[in-house]
Write a protein of this length. Structure first.
Length: 432
């Protein structure tokens, strides 16, 4: 009895593996629809052959297997073409490799094929519950047909016939389990697709609303000050002030559009070798007046390692991070920038002594439209940082504690020339 159960479980294992593995692999690799149909049909054919190679030997007179389950499922779910293919595979394997019961195999396989061809379209239009019920009912009928044919054609002894009655409920249970799992898996895949589609639509709607809001504000302000310039009684100082404000608002609108473009297309267009030390020093020189206004002192320990990326986007990434660090210290503080090698990757660490962030803020960091700066922030800066680092095949890790500060660690792949240099230095060390 233990050997019989083991053989049943082995057949069931053959049937379940492609049901779980193949659909997930197809969805992951985005396989075209035409190839998808062929892959699933050939997998069903392969499972039928495996079930026939490793049958369930109940006694010396009769041999059973669960080939009818993949034959039914492949035929009902994949249509007439798959049904004919699976029928030829089942009959052809039994014909070429012999074995008792070829007539039973031929009759039951043709019956399953013809029945599936008639029911396949209606079967797919049924609800999940009715598909499971219909598949199990058909499996019971075809199993009873093969047992009856064995008894009529070969005169199966009473002991074998009683064992046949054990085979029927086991095949029905296996079909029920297989069909249920198959339906649940397809339902989850369909649900996953709907969720992804809904998230994309939500992102588009958020982008549209955010663009209209964020860009309209500075443009409206610039338009208002330009209208004020039409007043003839304005002094030269007021005109200069209004022009300056209008230009600043237009620059703000341009910066917002640039952030959106970076988010939409983060992949580098002109990749070049960048010296991390040089790029950080340029950004520090650019932001030093802003840091002085906030009484922020820079402390740096930089190394001239090379990475690959687009210069403007890399600088924009550094500007966003360092500017956020400065703004997090409204009462002054120390901003430390440290560059080193860690596990074969360039580490850029930026830490401040500012107000820090709560755990809830940390979890949302990098989400579109989320900002800790109130009305002063657009919620795009860190989102852009994440996309730029991702496009450079890097990772970013942030730790923070309220009223103690924030530490941003960026890990980027080391350029090939520096990899060779470090490897040579390591060889020299080991040699000595």
């Amino acid at each position: 009895m233990v050997n019989i159960l083991k053989d049943f479980l082995l057949n069931l294992f053959f049937i379940l593996i492609p049901i779980f593995v193949v659909p997930l692999w197809i969805e992951e690799k985005n396989v075209p629809e035409t190839i998808k149909q062929h892959v699933l049909s050939f997998c069903s054919a392969f499972v039928i052959i495996l079930c026939m190679i490793f049958p369930i030997r109940m006694d010396t007179h009769y041999v059973y297997d669960l080939r009818q389950i993949p034959l039914w499922l492949g035929s009902l779910y994949k249509g007439p073409a798959a049904s004919v293919l699976l029928c030829f595979v089942t009959i052809g394997y039994h014909f070429f490799f012999g074995g008792r019961g070829f007539t039973i195999t031929a009759i039951t396989s043709i019956f399953i094929t013809l029945t599936s061809m008639m029911l396949s379209k209606k079967f797919l239009s049924l609800s999940s519950k009715y598909r499971i019920f219909l598949a199990c009912s058909l499996s019971v009928f075809s199993g009873a047909l093969s047992v009856a044919l064995g008894h009529l054609l070969y005169g199966v002894p009473p002991t074998s016939f009683s064992l046949s009655l054990v085979y029927l409920p086991i095949q029905s249970i296996c079909m029920l389990l297989t069909c249920y799992l198959k339906e649940m898996l397809y339902k989850n895949i369909a649900l996953r697709k709907r969720i992804i589609r809904a998230e994309k639509m939500e992102a588009v709607s958020h982008l549209a609303a955010s663009i209209s809001h964020e860009v309209r504000n500075p443009l409206t302000a610039a338009r208002g000050f330009m209208q004020l310039l039409e007043q003839g009684q304005l002094s030269a100082e007021k005109r200069k002030q209004y022009v300056q404000i209008a230009i600043e608002e237009l620059d703000r609108a341009e910066a917002i559009i640039t952030d959106y473009l970076t988010f939409a297309k983060p992949a580098p267009e002109s990749v070049e070798k960048l010296n991390v030390k040089t790029e950080i020093e340029r950004v520090i020189d650019l932001l030093r007046p802003f840091a002085n206004m906030n009484s922020v002192e820079f402390q740096t320990l930089l190394a001239p390692f090379n990475v690959k990326g687009e210069r403007e986007k890399f600088q924009q990434c550094l500007i966003n991070i360092i500017k956020n660090a400065i703004e997090a210290m409204p009462n002054g503080g120390t901003l430390q920038i440290y560059v080193s090698i860690e596990n074969g990757r360039v580490l850029i660490r930026v830490s401040d002594t500012g107000i820090g962030m709560t755990k809830e803020q940390m979890e949302r960091l990098g989400e579109p439209y989320f900002t800790t700066k109130g009305i002063k922030g657009t919620g795009l800066g860190m989102m852009v940082v994440y996309r730029i680092i991702e496009s450079m095949n890097g990772t970013i890790h942030i730790t923070s504690e309220v009223n103690k500060g924030t530490e941003v660690s960026i890990y980027l792949p080391l350029a090939q020339s520096w990899k060779n240099t470090i490897a040579n230095e390591q060889e020299k060390v080991f040699a000595t």
